[in-house]
Design a protein around this ligand. Structure first.
Ligand SMILES: Nc1ncnc2c1ncn2[C@@H]1O[C@H](COP(=O)(O)OP(=O)(O)OP(=O)(O)O)[C@@H](O)[C@H]1O
Ligand SMILES: [Mg+2]
Length: 334
């Protein structure tokens, strides 16, 4: 059989061209990655502290707590950034009333939106065109998006960057911990129920696996405070949420106040003690938090001297003292 003439478009040369363009694409990708890494380490130098907010279970109030910590720090005069890594359900912008903000992009860098008290906010929600359409990301694409998300943001100088995550200990916190150098620690949010507490154990274990210190546990939706006025020294009983009457005595100036344990309280503190991590404090159940989340005015912004804002300040003081000590907590998992 005669040899077929070799043309420029023989299968061999097509293969060669494919290999060359593949190689070019790989080199371009590697170059971009290197540039991003350089930007990332430069960016990281400008950020003093980086805190991750995690929970084992969904809906326990991570986003409420992450935004609350950010706002509380900003009210103390700190320069604060808030990064919403919840790609499938990003709701930080809604909670802060800055949805629909158009981000400024210049020289390949994304400039964060500015929220209440001047906090800088970045969220996938700003990049999604139709907020009602679910975003479905396959594993590697999701991870790439997160890396890009982290590397391409122009944060400038920050005292603290707070990072909000989807529930659990999946790809997102893992990718962030591998991408962002020198994370200071993890704040774990729990509610007082047994199930949520059990899940905090997983978060603590996870922090240990990625070698990031646990700054502590926050117990959210911990009790509901009722107060009022009565005759000085008056004694009466209130029906508690579990059907058990609560005896109340008004003080000499006629004021009374009781803390109702809606789920039960103290579990967060007990589990922190048991797992040998700091307890950062309790945040009360506050219907104003739900309203604020829906209306885009965080409770701390709406009522800066209210019970919730005061509880947040206490939690933030604890976090700051943990950060300043630079404690690396040795965690014992049982
Ligand atoms: N202390 C609180 N008092 C009353 N409601 C609260 C409190 N904390 C959070 N909530 C409400 O609980 C709901 C869930 O809160 P949030 O979105 O912060 O939880 P999450 O852990 O971020 O949820 P997800 O796991 O879906 O990300 C919201 O409606 C929020 O307003
Ligand atoms: Mg959330």
């Amino acid at each position: 059989m005669a040899d077929s003439p070799v043309s420029h478009h023989s299968p061999e040369s097509n293969e060669q061209e494919d290999a060359n363009s593949n190689q070019r694409a790989q080199m371009e990708q590697a170059y971009q990655q290197m540039q991003r890494k350089m930007r990332m380490s430069k960016m990281s130098e400008g950020i003093r502290h980086k805190i991750m907010v995690l929970s084992g279970k969904g809906g326990v109030g991570k986003t409420t707590v992450a935004t609350g910590i950010a706002l509380s720090l900003a009210r103390m005069g700190k320069k604060v950034g808030l990064m919403d890594i919840d790609i499938t359900g990003p709701n930080v912008p809604k909670m802060l009333g800055i949805e629909g903000t158009e981000l400024h992009i210049e020289d390949g860098q994304i400039f964060p939106a500015i929220g209440p008290h001047g906090i800088k906010v970045i969220s996938m929600a700003f990049l999604i065109e139709d907020p009602d359409k679910p975003v479905i990301w396959r594993g590697p694409i999701k991870l790439g998006a997160i890396q890009q998300f982290i590397g391409d943001v122009a944060w400038g100088e920050l005292d603290t960057l707070v990072i909000d995550f989807p529930p659990g200990t999946g790809d997102e916190p893992l990718t962030v911990s591998q991408t962002l150098p020198n994370l200071d620690g993890v704040v774990i949010v729990t509610t007082p129920q047994e199930v949520a507490l059990l899940d905090s154990r997983k978060s603590i274990n996870f922090a240990k696996t990625i070698s990031v210190p646990v700054l502590g546990v926050v117990e959210n939706m911990s009790g509901y405070n009722l107060s009022g006025n009565a005759e000085a020294g008056a004694k009466f009983s209130l029906m508690g949420p579990t059907g058990v009457p609560i005896e109340v005595t008004a003080s000499q100036d006629g004021k009374w106040s009781v803390n109702l344990d809606l789920f039960k309280s103290g579990g967060g503190e007990e589990s922190a003690v048991e797992l040998e991590v700091p307890f950062l404090g309790r945040l009360p159940f506050d219907p104003g938090v739900v309203r604020g989340g829906d209306d885009g005015v965080h409770r701390i912004v709406a009522q800066p001297d209210g019970e919730t804002a005061i509880a947040f300040s206490k939690v933030v003081e604890e976090i700051l003292s943990s950060l300043e000590k630079g404690d690396i907590h040795q965690v014992k998992i049982t």
